[in-house]
Design a protein around this ligand. Structure first.
Ligand code: PBG
Length: 323
């Protein structure tokens, strides 16, 4: 047949495909989220996240060392706080000797090269299970900001390289930047969860931390999954307020958002392949319904192709090994 244009010519062989490949994944694109708990030599499986564990501090250090050796440059820490330590004001979050702070110190002395990112939000410490302060069923914005700032400061003091506000309160990036600068932490970065949606895909994470809201939902602060332009508004604000990196979360169901944001910002763009995205692939793999290893790699590659410069993924270790 007289077909002058045959796109298949560029797919003829493995080497031809290598030549025309547009997107590459590297372990240096990954950030490994880790769940830290009290105790020694503790390793608790998370039912809905096969292959992911809650780890005590000693094991977190070992895990981070493994990640670093594989070329993964950063970890993001989330603390498992016992219910009896939680209260309305999330007071445990500002304890300089708290679990998260001690873990940061351990990591920075044992694996000094690795970038340590800490989460700034009230939910792991809050008896209400919300990211902000709750009063009469309402999530208060301005009253939450000083609590977040104290949290960010103890994390910075412990040695966190970046703080990552995941709370979606208005104005928190500027507020944190100011608090950090005033206290001499001009080198501590802010990774802003800028376009964070009110998503069903966070289910397994909330199981891991037992951090689900005790009442209501997070829709008055996290974004409506129906909205696209609003993400640009959130991102622009965070950049103006001093975010060093902006993030979209979840990732795979929100590739349009990642792509839109990549076009309008000049800071790096991160995406979070969240717990539910990970769980879906693993579950289908367990059932024998798809090849989980390939599906995971394809998901993360697609997130990068859409415009993410870096990806938080629970599969970071296995992906880095495969690469
Ligand atoms: C809370 C927080 C959540 C995640 C990261 N930080 C859950 C939530 O907003 O309820 C979810 C991550 C995941 O699902 O993997 N500040």
């Amino acid at each position: 047949m007289n077909l002058s244009i045959r796109p298949r010519r560029n797919r003829n062989s493995a080497m031809m495909r290598a030549l025309v490949r547009e997107t590459f994944l590297s372990p240096s694109n990954f950030i490994l989220p880790l769940f830290v708990m009290e105790g020694k030599k503790q390793k608790e499986p998370i039912r809905s996240m096969p292959g992911v564990f809650r780890l005590s501090r000693d094991l977190i250090v070992a895990e981070a060392r493994r990640a670093y050796k594989l070329g993964i440059p950063a970890v993001a820490l989330f603390p498992v706080i016992p219910e009896k330590q939680k209260n309305r004001l999330a007071t445990a979050s500002k304890d300089p000797n708290g679990l998260l702070q001690k873990t940061v110190q351990d990591l920075k002395s044992a694996v000094p090269g690795i970038v340590v990112i800490t989460d700034v939000a009230m939910d792991p410490y809050s008896s209400d299970g919300h990211d902000g302060l709750v009063k009469q069923g309402k999530i208060l914005n301005d009253e939450t900001l000083p609590i977040l700032a104290e949290m960010a400061l103890v994390q910075a003091r412990a040695g966190a390289d970046m703080v990552a506000p995941s709370d979606m309160m208005d104005g928190r990036v500027g507020y944190l930047r100011n608090a950090l600068d005033e206290n001499g932490f001009t080198e501590t970065g802010i990774l802003a969860y800028s376009a964070k949606y009110a998503s069903a895909f966070y289910g397994p994470f909330r199981e891991a931390l037992a951090s689900a809201p005790k009442h209501g939902d997070k829709k008055t602060y996290q974004m409506d999954p129906a909205n696209r332009r609003e993400a640009l508004r959130e991102v622009k604000l965070d950049v103006e307020e001093g975010a060093d990196i902006v993030m979209v979360k979840p990732a795979l169901p929100y590739l349009d958002i990642i792509s839109d944001i990549k076009k309008i910002v000049d800071v790096p763009v991160a995406a979070y392949q969240v717990s539910g995205e990970y769980a879906m692939v693993k579950a289908a793999g367990k059932l024998g319904w798809l090849d989980a290893d390939r599906a995971m790699m394809e998901s993360v590659l697609s997130i990068k192709r859409a415009g993410a410069d870096m990806i938080l993924t629970y599969a970071a270790m296995e992906l880095a090994q495969a690469l």
